[in-house]
Design a binder for this molecule. Structure first.
Ligand code: SF4
Length: 307
């Protein structure tokens, strides 16, 4: 239904819009996060590493222009494309002064070949001033904003030290939608004490927000994080590859067909990843998902229900 996939991939969507493969350039805007600098919390989310959940982003000591040039150069060895998404990935990319944000966003979208801007942030970091800036940028490029929700369940949100209640996410989604800004929500599968039903409730919820996209992340444990220290003291069950694949397919069935699926796996760095090590073989996970969907005669939206 979506090229050779049974779910609505970002790759499919971008090819439809831009007529060719569009590659992501992961940038580090040099920002921090209110959940780490003491404003909301000083320890960060429990799974967050030193690089602010963006282990593959460019180097924060380079300018945006330099990072873009460096990443284009790296990608050109593997991919033949001249269209790019500038992706502000790690830390909180709307958490700075208006002038700083404006300068960095414009620096990114002014680079040759950059046809889109993606900004990962927290829903509690979208002031009216920032919203006005995003609205302006949205008129100039193909913009989307990614929100790290992870779960709709308050007890899990407390455990991961997310630092805001679900209501804040709801308000941010409404504000962004009012301004026609595309929203992508991140969810994590595998948080301790969440059952399969709990995880699928979060998927159903996000599937009913009438937003543009979603990312499913596998909870992985990275060394030197508080989650790692917690796990060592108090181990909790971690999905096997087969369990994860089956749950992802359950989740895809619950999404509306229009929702664009940006990611279905975790993305840990090999040297930092503690568990599960099987997550390093992303291709195997993705082909397992394809296989499982085929076996089930399944497709995205098969079990979608409005709530
Ligand atoms: S909001 Fe993002 S950058 Fe901030 S602590 Fe949580 S995962 Fe890390």
């Amino acid at each position: 239904m979506w090229g050779d996939k049974r779910y609505h991939t970002l790759n499919y969507e971008l090819r439809k819009i831009f007529g060719q493969k569009v590659m992501k350039l992961s940038l580090d805007g040099g920002f921090t996060c209110p959940n780490r600098d003491g404003t909301i919390g000083d320890k960060g989310c429990i799974f967050c590493g030193e690089e602010g959940s963006g282990e593959f982003a460019g180097c924060r000591y380079l300018s945006i222009k330099e990072q873009i040039e460096e990443q284009k150069e790296l990608l050109s060895k593997k991919w033949n494309t001249d269209k790019y998404i500038a992706y502000f990935q790690n830390f909180t990319n709307t958490y700075s002064s208006y002038d700083d944000l404006r300068e960095k966003y414009y620096a990114a979208i002014s680079e040759e070949g950059v046809v889109s801007l993606a900004i990962a942030t927290r829903p509690d970091c979208l002031s009216d001033e920032v919203m006005d800036l995003l609205t302006e940028i949205n008129e100039k490029t193909f913009l989307w904003v990614e929100l790290g929700l992870q779960t709709i369940h308050e007890s899990s949100a407390k455990f991961i030290r997310r630092g805001y209640p679900l209501e804040i996410y709801n308000k941010a989604v409404e504000k962004l939608k009012e301004r026609n800004i595309k929203v992508v929500t991140h969810l994590i599968f595998g948080l301790p004490d969440e059952s399969k039903e709990d995880i699928l409730e979060s998927v159903k919820y996000v599937g009913n927000t009438n937003t543009w996209g979603v990312k499913f992340h596998l909870l992985y444990i990275q060394k030197e994080t508080d989650l790692y220290r917690y796990y060592i003291k108090k181990p909790f069950p971690i999905f096997t590859r087969e369990e994860y694949i089956s749950l992802v397919v359950d989740g895809l069935e619950l999404l509306p067909v229009e929702m664009v699926v940006h990611r279905l796996t975790g993305d840990g760095k090999k040297e930092l990843l503690y568990k599960p090590r099987w997550s390093l073989d992303k291709l195997r996970v993705l082909s397992g998902i394809d296989r499982e969907m085929k076996i089930r005669s399944s497709y995205q939206g098969l079990k979608f229900q409005s709530i």
